[in-house]
Design a protein around this ligand. Structure first.
Ligand code: ADP
Ligand code: MG
Length: 598
């Protein structure tokens, strides 16, 4: 074939392949344009999961009539003009690709009224050709109406998932954008029904968290606000008890851009290492702001990733800031004199008022004038935290029973509310109470599941849990799955479910936290078929909830019960996994420790 120049429509469709993966990518680009245009209110209307229609309307600065056609042409942008600008991009968009790409794979209509203009103008893109601009009715701002996405790209159309799956992605995207911009109003509808209605929360940004996540997320979150070395970190981190079985509530923004970044994830995980059990994921909403020149945003077509000029500095800054904040809430934390007021206020139930940090760009940043976030909860939480340090100790084989003394011996005492000290025929045994209990429960759940359904019991008082509509829908769809796990959970409203029965093995655990985690697992692992593979993960989540927390005082009989159950579990020849649940020291080893008999 001879070499030839590709037609523009095809070039745009190729670009669309990178930028427009699914309906939510269209919403992302349009939303970013609205935010870049300084909108204070954005309305997003979706039909049929976005396949039929995606309409984004804003009250931003608008587009001049003579520039409407330009906005829809390739490599046309008002956001940068030079390489110098590219190296310090402060807007969300800059590639000038989104509108022409979207237009090339849909029927797109752009209507806009510039601030102060007598009326609006509108253009339509039809199969790569633009209609002439025509006068239109529209308040100041812009509406982009995208219909029949991928109608001319059958291959792409095939990849679109069920309507509710696609809408789920859209809802999550809008939620993520909204969390970073409490001062802006967001309204999202699906098939004419309200999905997210988030009013502006200029004065109380923490209310946006409650509106978009959980009714009481902020009550269990710790406010972060710290600046230094040209970096500023602000937002909220969830208490360890608000931790999740999935990393599905982790929102991190770099200069207003939601990013998934391994370096950042690592820094956060490390900061939580002392207070979270392994396998748990903290919830957080955090914004890092820094000089745009210190971060390269031009590394990914859909701009999900960024590259820091000094990544070590960023990592350490995030780690230190969060670690210090978490440490300050620990009872008995050593306070530096200059911090004592802050520590007092943290433990006493109110975060110190912090200066309002207004961000010039797009209303971004979680500046608060005053915060009354109660964090007493955090104090008590540490009771349930144990250090999660790596250990190279391999699980030991169970010792033999000797002289009628069982392998793990008889309990003597509880040490620091965390360990059980026992004596067996050869020496002493130390047991990590929580880890041991968790493992026993897990193995029991697994074998009960293998024999059919997990035994369950009714709750004396059924429990109502408020969820997002998406989550409530998930529960409804997964009812048989829940039943097999020993739950009876019914949808009781658009955004609520009622828990009637729980697995008997989980009696006494925090039902709400448990059900929320199971829902989070379901949300991440999606379809029914994949769930089977992840059922063990679900059981592990359940077991973790059921397991005794540190500092629960156990009677000797309970401790012995735990030891006997451990023996039964290990005798059943279940493979050991994860961290060890017990260690033993023989008299010989003890003697050596004390240089006895030398
Ligand atoms: P980019 O955002 O990378 O500049 P786009 O193709 O998304 O490229 O948009 C092209 C241009 O159209 C933008 O630079 C902006 O000037 C204008 N534009 C797009 N959407 C809006 C909007 N909602 N309000 C005002 N201007 C807009
Ligand atoms: Mg754009």
């Amino acid at each position: 074939m001879p070499i030839r120049q590709l037609p523009e429509q095809l070039v745009n469709q190729i670009a669309a392949g990178e930028v427009v993966e699914r309906p939510s990518s269209v919403v992302k680009e349009l939303l970013e344009n609205s935010l870049d245009a300084g909108a204070r209110r954005v309305e997003i209307d979706i039909d049929a999961g976005g396949a039929k229609r995606i309409r984004v309307r804003d009250d931003g600065g608008g587009i001049a009539s003579e520039e409407l056609a330009l906005a829809l042409s390739r490599h046309a942008t008002s956001k940068i003009t030079s390489l110098e600008d590219l190296e310090r991009v402060a807007t969300l968009g800059f590639r000038g690709e989104a509108l022409p790409s979207i237009a090339s794979v849909s029927r797109l209509k752009l209507t806009s009224r510039e601030r102060g203009a007598p009326h609006a103008w509108s253009v339509e893109a039809i199969d790569g050709r633009l209609s002439a601009a025509a006068p239109a009715q529209h308040p100041e701002g812009t509406t982009v109406d995208v219909q029949d996405l991928f109608f001319n790209v059958p291959a792409r159309r095939k990849f679109m998932r069920a309507e509710r799956t696609e809408f789920g992605h859209i809802e999550e995207l809008v939620r993520a954008q909204a969390l970073a911009r409490p001062g802006i109003e967001f309204r999202l509808t699906h098939n004419g029904r309200a999905a997210l209605m988030l009013g502006a929360r200029d004065a109380q940004p923490e209310r946006r968290l409650d509106d978009a996540l959980d009714v009481d997320f902020s009550a269990q979150a710790l406010r972060i606000e710290h600046a230094g070395a040209g970096l500023s970190l602000s937002g909220w981190i969830g208490a360890p008890t608000a931790s999740r079985s999935q990393a599905d509530r982790q929102y991190f923004y770099v200069n207003g851009r939601l990013v998934r970044d391994r370096l950042i994830a690592h820094a956060v995980r490390q900061a939580y290492a002392d207070v979270l059990f392994g396998g748990r994921h903290p919830a957080f909403v955090l914004a890092l702001d820094l000089d745009p020149a210190a971060v390269d945003v031009n590394v990914h077509p859909a701009k999900h990733e960024v590259r820091f000029r000094d990544s070590r500095l960023v990592h350490d800054f995030i780690y230190r800031t969060l670690h210090a904040a978490i440490a300050q809430t620990r009872p008995g934390a050593e306070a530096h004199p200059q911090d004592s007021a802050r520590v007092q206020s943290l433990l006493g139930g109110g975060v110190a008022a912090s200066g309002y940090q207004a961000m010039q760009q797009g209303g971004l940043g979680f500046g608060v004038r005053e915060s009354t976030t109660p964090v007493q909860a955090w104090g008590a939480l540490y009771a349930s935290g144990t250090a999660d340090t790596e250990t190279d100790r391999q699980p030991q084989p169970l010792p033999a029973e000797r002289d009628g003394v069982p392998p793990l011996g008889y309990a003597l005492a509880q040490v620091h509310g965390i360990y059980v000290l026992a004596q067996n025929a050869t020496g002493l045994v130390l047991v990590d109470m929580h880890a041991a209990h968790e493992r026993i429960t897990y193995e029991r759940l697994k074998s009960a599941r293998a024999c059919g359904a997990i035994p369950s019991q009714s709750l004396l008082v059924p429990l109502t849990i408020a969820l997002s509509e998406r989550e409530a829908r998930l529960v409804e769809e997964a009812a048989p799955r829940f039943a097999a796990l020993g739950f009876e959970v019914d949808r009781s409203g658009p955004g609520s479910v009622l828990v009637r029965r729980i697995p008997s093995a989980l009696e006494g655990s925090n039902v709400e936290g448990l059900v929320r985690d199971v829902i989070a697992d379901l949300g991440v692992h999606g379809s029914e078929s994949r769930l089977t593979e992840f059922e063990n993960e679900l059981l592990a989540t359940m077991a973790c909830h059921a397991a005794v927390r540190a500092n629960r005082k156990l009677e000797l009989a309970e401790m012995n019960g735990l030891l006997r159950a451990m023996e039964a579990t290990e005798r059943a020849d279940q493979c050991n996994h994860g961290r060890p649940t017990w260690v033993s020291l023989s008299l010989g080893e003890l003697d050596r420790l004390f240089l006895r008999g030398r």
